[in-house]
Structure formats: structure tokens, C-alpha cells
Design a protein around this ligand. Sequence first.
Ligand code: MLT
Length: 303
Amino acid sequence: MSRKIHCLNPISQTGLKLLTADYELTDKAEEAEGILVRSASMHEMELPAGLEAIARAGAGVNNIPLDKCTEKGIVVFNTPGANANGVKELVLAGMLMAARDINGGIEWVKENKEDANISKDMEKSKKKFAGTEIKGKRLGVIGLGAIGVQVANAAADLGMKVYGYDPFISVNGAWQLSPFIEHVTDLDDIYKNCDYITVHVPLLDSTREMINKDAFAKMKDGVVILNYARDLLVNDDDMLEALESGKVHRYMTDFPNPKVTHMPGVIATPHLGASTAESEDNCAEMAVKELMDYLETGSIRNS
Ligand code: MLT
């Protein structure tokens, strides 16, 4: 008899096509032996009695009730690194858009496109939208997992001086991950020295709202913050205050939180980091393989 898999979110067909004849996709969550999920929250869901494993097509597992799963012996997989390149590319776009007022320039052209004198007026706009270059600036990367390291390497390639902090990685470990990262053991060194700070940590009790009033107090005036990881890593009331005072020059975020998105220094996207064809395929493929492997052999590979 075929094993029953339920897909809580639509995930890439490239991954689903890997399911062999031993598996059947079912619409009925209650009969699932394996669940594939992207970002849907499973916290309120009644876990099916026969559920053996959940595979998340993504890195973070905060949408999955881990305690409940442990209690019931349900194994949880994620797909670390599978979407790292997609997220890295959006972070780089964010960094470049923070340095250059690309967004302001695009809006200006849209507003003035009917103006016969647009070419003449353009000269004035050049001054208004003038930016800075990221080459030579200091980037602090908090969290040196797959995404953090890729961001660090790409930023170093663009001429940035990169500092990295990760309490779970030794100096030697960080060097092995990337020779371009200057590893710091004190997070304050990132806060005090960096022009750009990007967070790439999971949402845990220890990281929740880590970017807050106390952290801002240590940062340079006019710092740029990038959050393409998890919404709740940033305290939005404190961020609003920091934007109003000019402490934060720009907040580039993949979370459209209404408390801050009205501010001119904020450019927000609706959690698009992993939304590329390639990342979606990679995540779905890895998740499906992990799930089948476990259901067939009991192997816990978490790629
Ligand atoms: C992740 O945790 O990797 C992302 O949230 C993936 C996604 O956007 O689904």
C-alpha cells in the first residue's frame, strides 16, 4: 500500500515529481504519514495520528510545533542551504537599494513620465537621489549559517569589509567557512563598527527582538539594518524610534510590518527571499528526498 503524503502549502512540482510510485499525495491531512510544508503555520493544527515525519521546504522551523512533534515522536526536517542563494541575492539587492536611492529614482520617473521637460529636470533629481557606494563600507553579518556566509562572501566580493558574529562558531571555524570574514566574538563589535548590519539567525527565545533599543544605542548613527530572516528579530517600536531619530538611515526588510513601512527610510518586501524558481525547486527536492528517505529507511539525513 502506498504511503500517504499531504502537502500543506503548494511546493514546487520539480520536488513533487520525485515521489515514487510508493507514495500518494492526499488532500486529507488526517490520513498523512508525511507532511510537506513551506511557510504555513502548523501550531494550531491537530497532528494526524499516523504522522511520522514533517519536511519543511525552507530553513526556519518556527512554523512547526517542535515540542509537540518531539512528544509524539514525529521527525522534523528542514532544507538548510537550499534557498541560500535566493535569499543572498535579495539581501544584496536590499543593500544596493539602501546605498543608492534606486526606489526614489524609479518613483520620480513614474511621476514625471508625462513631463515634456523630464530630461532637463533630471539634472535636479541627480542631486536629490545621489547615494553612496558600498565598496569600502563595513558590513556586520550576524549568524554565519549558509545564508550569512554567502552574503558575507558576496559582500566581500563587492569590496565591503565584512565582520561576522556567530556564538556557535569558533574563529577557526569562521575562517574555514570564509577567509573574507573577520570573526568577532563580541556582538557589540558589530554594533559599534558597522555601517550595514544584516541578521541571518533563526527565531529563538535568545534572538527574539535582538535588534532593539539597547542594540541601537551601541550602533553608529545612520546605520543600515537588513532583515531578510525573521520578522520578530526586530523590535518594531524601537525601530520606528531609531528611524525617526536618524539613528537608522534605512531599514531593508522582507517583512511588511505596518508599524514601520510608512517611514521613508524603509523598503519592505513580502517575504520574497526564497521566492525564486531555483530556490523553490531546491527546497522542494531536498524536502521530498528527506521525507522519502526517512519513511523508507528510517534515516535522518537532514541533508
Ligand atoms: C526559510 O525559512 O527558508 C524561508 O522562510 C523560506 C520560505 O520563504 O518559504
